[in-house]
Design a protein around this ligand. Sequence first.
Ligand code: PLP
Length: 347
Amino acid sequence: MKLKKNLVAATMLAGSMTALSFLSAGTAQAQGALVMYCGVQEEWCRAMVGAFERDTGVKVSMTRKSSGEIFAQIKAESANPRADIWWGGTGDPHMQAAEEGLTVEYKSPKMSELQDWAVRQWEQSKQRTVGIYSGALGFGYNTELAKTNNVPELKCWADLLKPELKDEVQVADPNSSGTAYTLLATIVQIMGEDKGFEYLKALHKNVNQYTKSGAAPAKAVAQGETTAGITFMHDMVTMVVDKAPIKVVAPCEGTGYEIGSMSIVKGAKNLENAKKFYDWALTADAQKIGAEAKSYQVPSNKSTPVPPQAPKLTDIKLINFDFAKYGSSEERKRLLSKWDNEVKNLP
Ligand code: PLP
């Protein structure tokens, strides 16, 4: 009798557990999932995921990679896309993806809240990518190492060719890194293609390593592993905020800048949640998360306060960066393969 009672209780328990798991599966399904490829610093990616999950209940699976790597992955997966949303990283591979039909058009109700440069990015890509932040390219150097090695004050792109900096400059590889591609496109726009490639070849003599990620040289400068590093200025500022002895430089010849971007992947399996994230990521509140995670770009929502640490774009000699040309599939492929052939493989 007791055995039978226990059996009934166990059956009831099992039944209610099934009902519970059915219910929770139902709830999870109601909120759904989102697969995100994230192109900024890991800390900011994780903070965005946490806040979005809290605000919406959607479960996010996030992978962090550099801009060019995400582009290559989305292209490789295009027959059976894994990602739904591509958030962050420089605009050039987002533009290339738009042109190659790897991402889809979307008009967010938040568009009216954005800066003109963010909307222009969206228009130029035929509504397939939108600006989420902006920041200027520059470099930084470790003032203590510079003093020890008698490196004079560095102010200009030309100064990075000084013999005192032999093997003392670090920058990323433009194939994987949007930061380094921005450098390539910037130098070509400032100096013209022939002189620009002469400059990059001369710079190569001082480069100790082409890193995969664009922000890695900032950390290396902070840790005294290299005297100078070429990155977005805000990536150096992150190190300065953490008390690294770094001077951040806006090069005297002028410099390029990025429009960090966001796109929805074509064939996204969680399309509605991709749109939900897209709208949310353009809100003033979501854009405050960057500065909280020590990323000091200029946000694209006009109501998000510009972090006081962010390098002021109005104080920097910015070139008239041609995003359409340097984000085009043909030009990006051509410049990258020229850089591989003429610069990277030099002794
Ligand atoms: N992290 C930050 C903070 C950035 O501003 C950017 C540029 O969009 C990136 C990462 C892009 O990194 P990568 O040069 O590795 O593509």
